[in-house]
Write a protein that binds this ligand. Structure first.
Ligand code: AHR
Length: 312
């Protein structure tokens, strides 16, 4: 099936008449909560009827939700896929029903003609931005790094790990000594950081933490404080998302850097759908959002204020 075949059924319809099903992963992080809030707001502002389904981190719930959206005959589906594999059959079913699917923030390993477009950041690049920051910060010093990974099998966990390692290539003074999933949650970050600190004899020789999201970094900051070390000084902390709480932690000196991932994935997704519904315009296969680095020198409290009411 080509995208043109796939989307041929609903072109030329006005946005206000449309129903869009949204299969969301869950509410594992502040970033995820903001994405949900902004998707609901964007739909309301545009007069789109949003059917929301919370998968509570389970791929089988997402597959069931998509099947239900197809059975209802929705006009489009937004999918934030919890993991990268295992989507072919259900995406084929949506394609057979000529319902365009837009991926939000995470990627799948299915063929590109099974979805209309993907809105998100370059996830490998995010990891590279975080790694480049650390390389610049430590210079020639020896640095033992611990890594809190995102949900196993998810595209951000895979790609952010790759990108960070890309940045460290040729910098043999920096070594990743421990790496484990904290499942993108604050509690997971705290628990795994506690085990890292214990396994590393208290943590005095850990130079930096790389967390695949801010929530895990925030949990780890608690663990580091409770271990009697100073997060942000004894252990440098770099993470991804740019949620308000990480800016508060930066202002307090507890975190050092974050790479922004906008939670407004729905805006570009609905823009693409509205253009398609208006005259059949097909979007690019990837609508890329920015990956801006923020550090303690970027007025963290101003960044906190700018984001605090966005639903995080
Ligand atoms: O897929 C994006 C990631 O998912 C965010 O970085 C993380 O906070 C969320 O849980």
């Amino acid at each position: 099936l080509t995208t043109a075949t796939l989307i041929a059924g609903t072109a030329g319809m006005a946005a206000a008449q449309q129903t869009v099903g949204f299969s969301q992963i869950g509410s594992e992080s502040g970033w995820r909560a903001a994405e949900t809030t902004l998707t609901r707001q964007q739909a309301e502002e545009r007069g789109i009827n949003l059917q929301f389904s919370d998968a509570q981190q389970r791929q089988e719930n997402q597959i069931a939700a998509i099947r239900s959206f197809v059975a209802q005959g929705v006009d489009a589906i937004l999918l934030a896929p919890v993991v990268a594999t295992g989507w072919d059959s259900v995406l084929e079913e949506a394609a057979e029903a000529e319902i365009p699917v837009i991926l939000l923030d995470r990627r799948v390993d299915s063929a590109e003609d099974l979805y209309m477009t993907a809105v998100g950041s370059d996830l490998v690049h995010e990891g590279e931005v975080a790694g480049d920051w650390l390389v610049g910060e430590v210079g020639d010093e020896e640095c033992r790094v611990v890594e809190l990974e995102g949900t196993t099998g998810s595209s951000p966990a895979i790609d952010r790990a790759t990108g960070f390692r890309n940045a460290l290539e040729g910098h043999d003074n920096i070594e990743i000594v421990r790496s484990q999933t904290g499942d993108f949650t604050r509690s997971g970050g705290k628990e795994v950081m506690e085990s890292f600190l214990q396994a590393e004899g208290g943590g005095q020789d850990i130079c930096a933490l790389y967390a695949h999201n801010d929530d895990m970094a925030l949990g780890a900051i608690q663990a580091i404080n409770e271990a009697g070390l100073n997060p942000g000084e004894d252990i440098l902390i770099v993470s991804i998302d740019a949620v308000p709480d990480i800016f508060q932690a930066m202002a307090d000196g507890d975190a050092n850097a974050t790479v922004e991932l906008t939670p407004n994935m729905a805006g570009p997704a609905f823009d693409a759908l509205e253009a398609y519904w208006a005259d059949g315009t097909e979007p690019e296969k990837f609508i890329q959002t920015d990956s801006t680095l923020y550090t303690q020198s970027d007025d963290p409290m101003a960044e906190y204020e700018a984001r605090k009411d966005l639903g995080y």
